[in-house]
Ligand binder design. Structure first.
Ligand SMILES: Cc1ncc(COP(=O)(O)O)c(C=O)c1O
Length: 396
């Protein structure tokens, strides 16, 4: 009954976990979840007010597919100010979330059989988006410290390499790629028929005085070859509003907008007016959230690192920690052997009532992903529970 495309698709592991957590909660279990990739803060009040005003003002009709001009202009100003990137409004396409912008870009660039390099661990959707577009995902492992391994990427490139997808700050690792790494990538793609998709949705969440750099700003050649993807979900705590955007060449933007015209048309009209408010007047709120995340990162990292058998890097960005749990593979709970990080997750969920995502979901077995986008109180209680549960495992 189903198309090959659908049969080849793997449903999102994080979404199925959400279902399992909901089931356990419904049966009365007090679950602390570290699985959600979304900020726990409310959307800034100014944004909500701007949305209400837009609704009352009748901004409820179809708009131009690529977004209203004032929003595209505000995005251009943001890209210039924050990233040193100069785009015109005809280079911006506003979409229903960064996810749609990514899908547009891959669909517009990838032909059947084209290879797409994706460094791993990686966000769950890249691989599936590439497969849906008929492309071939080529997974390339990062170094142990989650920095990009340039040698591995060079070795994976062939005449069919059409795209390289990078994500900095990174989900699931939290890694922030330094300028030198971006320059090294630039050298690899220059002079070939290879494009870069740079997913920068976590750009506002960078810690310890580090700075986010966009690869598109590193050279005129990279500017031409890169599709910058960004959005409002993570920086402004607007996950449910579903709004994101791409910035690219005029021709590519036309192609992506054309595709979107047959899929969803414009992103929600009144949400676009609220997005302008977010860009223009929420720097204070964004910074307050960033500071809270940094404090949580420090606390959670110190708790995880002090647990026996757990080794955890302290990343510079996003809101994730990805500890290595290989010492626990082969250990035993009262219910049996822990054979994978998936098993460890199930044990932690059922026995400690805490939810993390198994590294298998991000193409890195023997790890778990913890999102610290939940309250400090939840993090403290969750880490206490985890410590107790791990201490009960035998044969580590
Ligand atoms: C790396 C990455 N890119 C894109 C997205 C999608 O963001 P949006 O909510 O804007 O579609 C996510 C969401 O989790 C993400 O983690």
């Amino acid at each position: 009954m189903f198309s090959r495309r659908i049969r080849q698709m793997t449903p999102s592991a994080t979404s199925s976990l959400v279902g399992k957590i909901a089931e356990l909660r419904a049966s009365g279990a007090d679950i602390i979840s570290f699985s959600a990739g979304e900020p726990d803060f409310p959307t800034p009040t100014k944004v909500v007010e701007a949305c209400c005003l837009a609704l009352w003002d009748g901004k409820t009709k179809y708009e131009g597919v690529g977004g209203i001009l004032p929003l595209r202009q505000a995005i251009c100003e943001k890209l210039l100010e924050d990233n040193g990137l100069s785009y015109g409004p005809d280079q911006i396409c506003v979409s229903t979330g960064a996810k749609q912008a990514l899908y547009n870009a891959v669909m517009a660039l990838c032909d059947e059989g084209d290879e797409v390099i994706i460094p791993t661990p990686c966000w769950v959707s890249y691989v599936e988006i590439v497969k849906l577009a008929g492309g071939v995902p080529v997974l390339v492992s990062t170094n142990e410290d989650f920095s990009l391994n340039i040698g591995n990427i060079v070795a994976a490139m062939t005449d069919r390499t059409k795209l390289l997808i990078i994500n900095t700050p990174n989900n699931p690792t939290g890694a922030v790629y330094p300028q030198e790494t971006l320059d090294a990538l630039g050298e690899i793609v220059t002079g070939r028929d290879t494009y870069v998709i740079s997913d920068e949705v976590y750009e506002k969440l960078v810690y310890g005085g580090k700075r986010h750099v966009s690869i598109a700003a590193r050279s005129p050649e990279l500017y031409r070859r890169t599709v910058v993807i960004n959005g409002f979900s993570k920086a402004f705590s607007m996950t449910g509003w579903r709004i994101g955007y791409s910035a690219a060449s005029v021709e590519l933007t036309k192609a992506m907008t054309g595709l979107q015209s047959h899929v969803s048309s414009n992103s929600t009209s009144f949400v676009q007016w609220a997005a302008i408010e977010a860009l223009n007047s929420c720097a204070g709120e964004v910074e307050a959230m960033r500071r809270a995340f940094e404090e949580r990162r420090d606390y959670m990292w110190s708790r995880l690192s002090s647990m026996p058998g757990i080794s955890c890097l302290r990343p510079d960005g996003a809101f994730y920690l990805m500890p290595d749990v290989s010492r626990y593979i082969g250990s035993h709970s009262p219910k049996g052997e822990i054979q994978s990080s998936q098993d460890l997750c199930t044990y932690l969920l059922e026995d400690a009532k805490i939810a993390a995502v198994p590294g298998e979901a991000f193409c890195r077995p023997n790890t778990l992903r913890f999102a610290y986008s939940t309250s400090m109180e939840n993090i403290q209680t969750g880490m206490d529970r985890m410590e107790r549960a791990l201490a009960q495992l035998r044969d580590i």
